[in-house]
Ligand binder design. Sequence first.
Ligand SMILES: Cc1cc2nc3c(=O)[nH]c(=O)nc-3n(C[C@H](O)[C@H](O)[C@H](O)COP(=O)(O)O)c2cc1C
Length: 260
Amino acid sequence: MTTIYYLSAAGNSLYAAKRIKQALTADGDTTELIAMKSVLQGKAARPSSKRIGLVMPLHFFGLPLLAEEFIRSFDWQETDYIFTVITCGWHYMSYALHSVNELLQQQGRTLQAGFYIDMLSIYLPLNDIPAAAKKEQRLQKADTKIDIAAQKIIQSQKHRDHEYLQLLSRGFHTYVKKKRQGLDKVFQATEECTGCAICEKICPTGNISLIDGKAPLWHHNCTQCLACLHNCPNQAIELGKWTKGKQRYRHPGIALHELV
Ligand SMILES: Cc1cc2nc3c(=O)[nH]c(=O)nc-3n(C[C@H](O)[C@H](O)[C@H](O)COP(=O)(O)O)c2cc1C
């Protein structure tokens, strides 16, 4: 029995979690997928299993804030094998696996296996979504890496992908974390907004509400996961001027309703 807890804004991590589940199930395991946000919002139980996986994106070279909160609040005592899969654009500057291990050590546990899966970065202020052919190529390459990780997990192998520039990553991540309260001041809805409320429903921290059932309002408890921006059906959400005219993204293997 395996439980995989995932966090995902544009579907990359959910896709990886589903693919790992598929491999474990084919091997005869009973695998359950649970959204970390449902647990944190009190909408789902947090069953403990002998094997537990955490699948989530890399945020500013480290762990997403919600993942950190999840790991801290979880009781790890009944678990024998803990694995973590971090999806990202480019993992060479990072310390997320190190962070997971540190948090587990606070409960006397360690991370048995940790993997980075380079997919593509959804952080539009710093990059664009690549053109279709390149996107497909990157996602195919990611599939191979996910499958290799899944086989190691099936065999309960120990594994840790290397992390470069850990100290620098930690410094930058800590700096951004301190600034988080005001991070959403630059979000805005354009005239394309129809008040469909997908943004309100998809936000993992419940940070968005619609004013008079129309335009969204952000309440300054944002983790900048960009779920609202990428999943808006009308592309009506912008992050300042940095996202204007840029293509939005959801992993082609994931439907909107799976993330909401
Ligand atoms: C706030 C934020 C920060 C990010 N920081 C990094 C980073 O430091 N390095 C990186 O390679 N990708 C970074 N990314 C890209 C994501 O890690 C990547 O696109 C991930 O696969 C998204 O997964 P999801 O769709 O499951 O949320 C960042 C994305 C966001 C939204």
